[in-house]
Design a protein around this ligand. Structure first.
Ligand code: F6R
Length: 608
């Protein structure tokens, strides 16, 4: 998704902004640009393509300024092109705007502005903002921005400069993330902390419609009613190494291999092995409300939605608490049966997903209690929810979510354990679950040791056009997740199915060209899954089986077997997803795909 970086300070902001844009590359983009104030006016450069190309383009110009804004664009309105790339300049050449989000009423505004003679030079919604600010300007940029935005419907994170106020960036947001940061005699604005982490860990979060005015003298913030307000400075706890590759070829591989640690971090201080229980500081006070709610919902998108499906199964099986899982994008529009007696869990890695935020608003409007399970500290979802749990996976840079998924499921296991104990699960069973959770990091290490074997299998299947993933129970969402990982990074069509559903349709697709990934641990449906594998083999399908360590029988029927240690259904999905993450990673590498930044995808989807 689009990225914003801005700098005001004593140094040259150009390299700072360029480096910040590179750190935002992981979010996905197709064009980029930079604008700066050089005393005489605005200097601008934009390119379609990578930040490295922008760097090459500006290198001969030796651009220098203490005030600069930059942007990586992920096209929504208009093709990726130099004209559509940000920053957008107003017709008088004095204002430069970078924007994340979507202006929903831009067409009406654009028509009105064109009727007054305004000439647009791009197809974007953003250029409408430059035009509106230009028309509203009478010597004070923040006032002009406020007035311009009063005509606007939509979502935005914005950073704006004006040639007549050469030491200032004005920024604001609504529904799209934006932070400001304080360094030593220098100040920053960014859509993501990763962009400026090298320079500052002191961050100010802007709320919807608040305006930040950044000058060399500091940062001033104004409420939506235009009152000057003082904002808390938050300390970022993660380190720069966490947003670097640290010797791995890709962020995705680093993140897959970091899972023994990130899973441990998700449990740290929360597991009570002696008591066979768990403690989740952020929502312990809500457990009564969760138990007694009339309806419980999980809402999320993509990979987080798969984690929610596992949460639902665990809640119902172990805590005997009924609940439902809804795509956040559907929840909002289907008049959900939610009221003051409902609990809604919103699950999100980024904490900025527009659909999930919209579902939260819907639930809140219906007076439900909304709890968050988030990774990014201080994110919009973390702030919009009444209470919640952080998964503490650290920054996830690879667009395909891996470590966040296993940490989400880990937190859902802890929550299930806590609720199950309150619903009557014995201490003995609770202790067994704690033991299984404690062993997870070690067991994940064990699974990761098969990476080389998985890389070899990947070579055999990288030319496939379709894949089918089969699993049952908690492994059905794992099958969905395996298929999603494969399609997003290798562009191979893949589908996940509950294994027994295969015979109700997908079996028609099976022939020698169709690889099947069968998740077949030795649980209560093992024999049924073996029958499914036999059915696949009878039709010449090729099978990669995921089996329990020590299972020799499956070797006779599957073409390849990957092993995972025996696990309870609390921990099985976490272990089983890891070989699938590695399989898609190595297949994508084999196919020469851009693993960390797959085409058309964005790390956080801040548009509905
Ligand atoms: C898949 C993936 C996406 C996200 C989805 C929700 O690898 O990353 O499907 O899971 O966009 O994002 P969050 O969890 O940030 O709300």
């Amino acid at each position: 998704m689009c990225g914003i970086v801005g700098y005001v300070g004593k140094n040259n902001g150009v390299p700072v902004v360029m480096e910040g844009l590179q750190r935002l590359e992981y979010r996905g983009y197709d064009s980029c640009g930079i604008a700066l104030l050089n005393g005489g006016g605005i200097e601008l450069e934009k390119v379609t393509g990578k930040v490295s190309e922008l760097m090459q383009t500006i290198a001969p110009r030796q651009m220098k300024s203490g005030v600069a804004i930059g942007h990586t664009r992920w096209a929504t309105h208009g093709m990726p092109s130099r004209a559509n790339a940000h920053p957008h300049i107003s017709q008088d050449g004095k204002i430069a705007v970078v924007h994340n989000g979507i202006i929903e009423n831009y067409k009406v505004l654009r028509d009105e502005l064109e009727n007054t003679g305004y000439i647009f030079s791009s197809e974007t919604d953003t250029e409408v903002l430059a035009a509106l600010i230009c028309q509203a300007y009478s010597g004070n940029l923040e006032h002009a921005v406020r007035e311009a935005l009063s005509y606007v419907v939509g979502a935005y994170g914005l950073a704006i400069i004006h040639a007549d106020e050469p030491e200032k960036i004005v920024c604001t947001r609504k529904g799209a993330p934006l932070i400001m940061a304080v360094g030593e005699d220098e100040y920053f604005v960014a859509s993501d902390v990763a962009a400026i982490l090298k320079y500052s860990k002191n961050v100010i979060y802007l709320e919807n419609d608040e305006i930040g005015v950044i000058t060399r003298d500091g940062i001033k913030t104004y409420s939506s009613d235009d009152e000057q307000i003082s904002k808390k400075i938050h300390k970022i706890t993660f380190k720069l190494e966490e947003v670097e590759k640290s010797g791995y070829e890709h962020f995705m591989l680093k993140e897959i291999f970091s899972q023994p640690q990130t899973i441990y971090d998700a449990m740290r201080g929360r597991l009570l092995p002696e008591e066979g229980n768990a403690h989740l500081g952020g929502i312990d006070h809500m457990t009564g409300a969760i138990l007694h709610a009339d309806q419980r919902y999980f809402t999320a998108c993509g990979t987080s939605w798969h984690a929610a499906l596992i949460g639902e199964m665990m809640f119902e099986q172990f805590a005997r608490l009924p609940c439902e899982v809804e795509y956040a994008s559907e929840f909002r529009y289907r008049e959900p049966l939610v009221d003051a007696k409902s609990i809604v869990f919103a699950i999100s890695q980024s904490g900025e997903t527009a659909d999930t935020l919209a579902a939260i608003q819907e639930a809140k409007q219906r007076d439900a209690k909304v709890l968050g399970i988030c990774n990014v500290v201080g994110s919009s979802i973390a702030r919009e929810t009444e209470a919640g749990v952080y998964i503490h996976a650290g920054p996830e840079i690879g667009v395909a979510s891996t470590k966040a998924f296993t940490s989400q499921v880990t937190v859902l296991s802890l929550l299930t354990l806590k609720l199950a104990r309150l619903m009557g699960m014995s201490q003995e069973n609770g202790k067994a679950i704690c033991q299984s959770l404690q062993k997870l990091p070690e067991n994940v290490e064990w699974v990761l040791k098969q990476a080389d074997q998985i890389a070899e299998i990947a070579k055999l299947y990288s030319d496939a056009s379709n894949f089918l993933y089969l699993g049952r129970g908690v492994n059905f969402p794992v099958a969905l997740e395996g298929a999603l990982k494969l399609k997003e990074i290798s562009y191979i069509h893949a589908e996940g199915y509950p294994a027994a559903e295969m015979k109700h349709g997908p079996i028609a697709l099976i022939d020698e060209s169709m690889p099947i990934v069968a998740i077949a641990p030795q649980d209560k449906t093992y024999d049924k899954l073996i029958s499914n594998i036999e059915e696949v083999k009878a039709r010449k399908g090729r099978v990669i089986a995921l089996a329990t360590q020590g299972d020799e029988r499956i070797k006779d029927i599957a073409d390849h077997v990957l092993y995972v240690p025996p696990a309870l259904s609390f921990t099985a999905p976490i272990l089983n997803v890891i070989p699938l993450q590695l399989l898609s990673y190595y297949i994508a590498v084999e196919r020469g795909c851009n693993v960390d930044q797959p085409r058309n995808l964005a790390k956080s989807v801040t548009v509905e």
